[in-house]
Write a protein that binds this ligand. Sequence first.
Ligand SMILES: CC(C)(COP(=O)(O)OP(=O)(O)OC[C@H]1O[C@@H](n2cnc3c(N)ncnc32)[C@H](O)[C@@H]1OP(=O)(O)O)[C@@H](O)C(=O)NCCC(=O)NCCS
Length: 327
Amino acid sequence: MRIAAPIEIGPLDADAQQAVRGLAAAAEAHDGVAPLSEQPLLNLGTDAEWITHVVAHTTAGSTIGYVQIDRSGETASAELVVHPEHRRNGRGRVLLRTAERDATLPSRSGEPGQHGKQLRVWAHGDLESARGFARASGLRAVRELLFLTRPTTPTTPTRPLAAETAAPGLPEAPAGYRLRTFRPGADDAAWLRVNARAFATHPEQGRMTLDDLRARQAEPWFDPEGFFLLVPDGADDADPVAFQWTKTEPGQPDDARDGEIYALGVDPEHQGKGLGRLLTDVGLAHLAQAGATRAVLYVEGDNSPALATYERAGFTRAAVHVQYARP
Ligand SMILES: CC(C)(COP(=O)(O)OP(=O)(O)OC[C@H]1O[C@@H](n2cnc3c(N)ncnc32)[C@H](O)[C@@H]1OP(=O)(O)O)[C@@H](O)C(=O)NCCC(=O)NCCS
């Protein structure tokens, strides 16, 4: 008889969080792609009613599997990983079943954060193991997130450079607008408003809250000098009409440094005027100045306008992340 791995459900203390980070690192070393994305990693220490942490241990107590279920959106989103040395032993199946139960249990209030939701599971990198696992579990691909990259060098500016902006050497803002960098605190509320409008149909980005923004501001990579707002000229208290937020993780080698176009949004009332293209150039110029050798970004597979903008700017597809769900 085989004894199922012990499963624990509940908040993670500091040691348990560290063990999950270690598990994710072992999977990344083996698979070549990180199994947990930024938000679940930020959530490891979160004990909220809309998040469930499930850990699988060996009988000796080592952490060999983890799934996090986030029920804050319209559907419940899960990220799942099993240690490479403990795969094909039914752990994935048990974690998935636990996650599905957690997500789909009938909700009493129907409020966000409650249960009664369809479960969607992310497979980062669309690995063969994830495809086989999804097939065997009766899951189908329902969403694709593309990872696009392009070299930042040589840095040939395609637009006139602004003589005087908050950040010299960046492309010039069009007439009627001014480019300036983000002021943490002072710009938080206005940025959340334009972000919600720009990403109204995006399942995660458009729901970003003040707590989410503050959590990112507390990260070691956060740099307001790489976070640009396009504001109407002469109207200092007006909301920005567009933004370009870049992210460069510290500690990367000088000769292989990724800089991310982390979030680029244009208010729907100002779309169609080339501002997306302008802000892509702003991001690329800034990342090159900041020493990135490769510019990277994530974009929804069905977002044709954004894909066209990025392809025109020289980005190509480097990886795809797939979300699976039960049909
Ligand atoms: C996908 C993953 C979670 C599977 O974990 P696991 O513990 O190995 O899964 P299980 O042992 O429960 O496998 C259940 C079934 O899935 C299928 N499966 C799992 N891995 C597979 C693979 N590499 N190739 C083909 N089929 C596979 C098999 O049908 C398997 O049943 P079987 O072993 O009796 O044939 C694990 O490989 C992993 O952590 N991958 C990286 C992270 C990831 O991609 N997560 C997203 C999952 S959607």
